[in-house]
Ligand binder design. Sequence first.
Ligand code: PGA
Length: 252
Amino acid sequence: MKKILVVANWKMYVEDAEAAGAFAKSLRTKLRSLPYAAVSITPPYILIPALAKALARSSVALGAQAVSAAASGAHTGEVSANMLKKAGATFSIIGHSERRALGESNEAVRAQMLELSQVGLGAILCVGERERDPGGEHFSFIKEQLTSALTGLPKKTVSKLVIAYEPVWAIGKSAADAMSSPEVQEAAIFIRKTLASLIEPVLAKKVPILYGGSVEAENAAAILKEGGVSGFLVGHASANLENFLGILKACK
Ligand code: PGA
């Protein structure tokens, strides 16, 4: 059975180890009745060690929300891929729109992915337009993000790659404001085609494409069924256990 990938992007919503530990403990129990879901959590950096402990020997994967483009050295405020690995993370989100808004370029995102690959960690590469263009210009924008990050990547990097399509205008709202399922499907097809032009087609077919942007229990089932995606990157609704479980149940 191919599992539905559901990644919790906690952003700065969950603030301390106690809350993170309690969330992880309950989630572990509940997941026994949700065998069709492959769940990951990306907490703020400082909560990674506590969650690594709380999720040990569970099926829940642990990741980071961002990673440095540098391997080591004089980079104030940065956390390297190797440090993430040592702390228990197995992947990182890269290129999230909230980081791009702070100035992260496509080149930086590519360098981050190569750093992750260097130490054997996976990457969830976020792409998505800031606004829709009636003439379809937003597709060129997504293509540029994919092309600059993925051109000429080694096989081992591609094998641990996940794409998260997150239209920026749909982030942080409610299910009613999220993208419609047909629009998600259209974007997912476009991304799949673009991937096939950038990496070996056999590998491109296997890269999971997630949707993110106001996923809640109310819209998860429809987007999954009609949107042609492998799962979700969930922000605000992932920080509350009941809301997150609502999404996981809707994926059945
Ligand atoms: P949201 O965030 O679910 O709160 O819209 C998604 C994301 O930014 O990853």
